[in-house]
Design a protein around this ligand. Structure first.
Ligand code: IPD
Length: 279
């Protein structure tokens, strides 16, 4: 019921806020690279793991029977039917370069977050610890944003522009082969839109669509932790969040915008994906 959802939303806000303060306050002047993922450009910092460990410990204290899935190592099972899906620092490269566009993303989801179409977020928060901007939502409770002054405002998306007037965000991931594919996609998409932004944090970019700072967002290669909380912020603000051809959001593609722009972009992305060929 709504009281339970409100509690989950509050937990998400609390732990994301605490982790946000941790990553800002404890950021070393010279960040060590803990290890690399798919290529040398995917820099995963000691802070990333530290922030996740902190969030996980807090959640274990507050919600001991929920499962946990994070970007970094250390998932765990639960028996409540809820899983916390967490990106301790979304926008790691921005974090590394001190570009103030990275976020802590914390969401409670139902279903299996590893299987596209089999899960959905029910409450979540996306915190930009540099600007103090906080996005949060629960199912049926609307999407909200508060700034550094703590004032809250409810997000309600305005009717979007047509595709040729749309400012469209995207991201590229880190693997070289994927980037070739992303570049081939851009070749098709870029001439058909107002412009493209690659801001560097999928969670904040999707929230930016909800807040009207971007008209749309698409990306191939997102993981559940990049999208879980922002997905709910977007849909509670009135937007549509899917994969291609009306399918569920998945690694292959997510498309975020209000209708009818969402549908227009989906069609263009489908055609672009055909033109771009196999990844
Ligand atoms: C990344 C960011 C980036 C997106 C990548 C993500 P990370 O998350 O959201 O904008 O393009 O696909 O992996 O690695 O910084 O948590």
């Amino acid at each position: 019921d709504d009281a339970q959802l409100a509690e989950l939303e509050q937990v998400a806000l609390t732990v994301a806020g605490e982790a946000g303060r941790f990553v800002v306050d404890e950021r070393p002047d010279h960040l060590g690279v803990a290890r690399t993922k798919s290529s040398a450009t995917d820099v995963v910092t000691v802070m990333d793991q530290g922030a996740q460990d902190l969030i996980r410990a807090r959640l274990q204290g507050l919600r001991p029977s929920d499962a946990f899935l994070g970007e970094e190592e250390g998932g765990s099972a639960g028996d409540s039917g809820l899983t916390w899906v967490v990106d301790p620092i979304d926008g790691t490269v921005n974090y590394l370069y001190r570009i103030p566009s990275y976020a802590v993303s914390v969401a409670a989801v139902v279903g299996d977050p590893r299987v596209p179409g089999q899960w959905a977020p029910v409450a979540g928060a996306v915190v930009n610890p540099v600007t103090g901007e906080v996005f949060h939502a629960r199912v049926g409770g609307g999407a909200w944003v508060s700034g550094a002054d703590g004032r809250e405002r409810r997000l309600a998306m305005a009717p979007p522009p047509d595709l040729d007037q749309a400012l469209v965000g995207t991201g590229f991931g880190y693997a070289v082969q994927r980037r070739r594919w992303q570049a081939a996609m851009l070749l098709e998409v870029l001439p058909q839109v107002r412009d493209i932004r690659r801001i560097g944090s999928a969670a904040l970019d999707i929230c930016a669509v909800a807040a009207g700072n971007l008209d749309a967002y698409y990306e191939r290669g997102l993981n559940p932790w990049d999208m879980a909380a922002a997905w709910l912020v977007l849909t509670e603000a009135g937007g549509t969040f899917t994969g291609l051809a009306g399918g569920p959001p998945e690694g292959a593609m997510v498309v975020a915008a209000a209708e009818p722009l969402h549908g227009q972009l989906e069609v263009v992305l489908g055609a672009a994906a055909d033109a771009a060929g196999q990844e």
